[in-house]
Design a protein. Structure first.
Length: 290
């Protein structure tokens, strides 16, 4: 599987890749610059929209809306009028915190975590947000809230708090949206980097971006074994999502942060986004219900 440089975005912290099937577009963000990118596959055209940092998440909303996370706030963005409408804010008493990664479950609830911009241990949390726009804290004492994925039967929720070096499985109740810790399914050796964002394929395997690990690693959550690796010409790989007409292409984001000038010269494609044709298929991301 060969990684093609799709766009030289040179993101400080590229994140939140998202496939928008209706628009036939890949979205992603640069958290630190507050930039939202859209690559229209048919036109092979990239559009960049500017917001205030930190813009950490983009997911599909209802109609022509996107749902964005900016610092500690969630907003609705109208792609037609370019109007931004603020919806909720969390952790107002923690000004150094911001939102990080997130995803929607099959019922359209938004799951999104927070972290400290100073990487203060256990200062973040994982929230669930419904159409009532009343955030509910699902997990506390989180350090860097990252990857999330649900099994196709909606009975298991996988979650990454990056510094733990673990991918944990929770029993998931789709009707109520409740989770209960089940087990740790994968422990990532530090020499392979740190688990960041992730996506699941239709065979139930987890494709995990490894920050500091030069690639996306495919893990089997049933036995914890590493199956394969997509090698990238950038050390800090941040997230990935399946997309394209057949959901068999993996869009991968990377970062330039925390690299020395010498490392940036050695790995000049750091911060760019890459596209890989895989031999498997993923799932269509769930849109938000609000």
């Amino acid at each position: 599987m060969e990684a093609i440089n799709l766009y030289q975005s040179q993101c400080i912290l590229g994140e939140s890749p998202y496939w928008h099937a209706k628009r036939k577009s890949f979205f992603w963000v640069d958290i630190e610059k507050g930039e939202l990118y859209e690559f229209q596959v048919g036109l092979k055209k990239t559009t960049k929209r500017k917001f205030n940092p930190h813009l950490s998440l983009v997911v599909e909303g209802q109609g022509d809306y996107l749902i964005l996370a900016l610092d500690r706030k969630i907003a609705r963005y109208d792609l037609k009028t370019e109007k931004l409408t603020w919806l909720i804010e969390v952790e107002e008493d923690q000004p150094l915190n911001r939102f990080n990664d997130g995803a929607c479950d099959a019922d359209g609830r938004l799951w999104i975590g927070t972290m400290s911009t100073k990487i203060t241990p256990e200062s973040g949390a994982l929230y669930k947000i419904t159409s009532a726009l009343s955030p509910e804290k699902m997990l506390g004492k989180v350090t860097i809230s990252n990857g999330m994925a649900w099994t196709s039967d909606n009975e298991t929720f996988y979650y990454i708090d990056s510094p733990t070096q673990e991918i944990r499985a929770y029993q998931f109740d789709l009707e109520t949206g409740e989770i209960n810790f089940d087990r740790t399914v994968i422990r990532v050796p530090k020499e392979l980097g740190t688990p960041d964002g992730m996506s699941m394929d239709q065979e139930g395997k987890l494709w995990v971006a490894h920050y500091g690990g030069f690639g996306v690693y495919c893990w089997d959550p049933e036995n914890g074994k590493l199956l394969k690796k997509i090698v990238l010409p950038a050390p800090h790989v941040t997230s990935c999502v399946f997309g394209g007409e057949n959901l068999d292409h993996l869009l991968i984001t990377t970062a330039r942060e925390n690299l020395t000038e010498a490392q940036l010269q050695e790995y000049p494609q750091s911060g760019d986004v890459f596209l890989v044709k895989t031999n498997t298929q993923g799932f269509l991301s769930n849109p938000c219900q609000f």
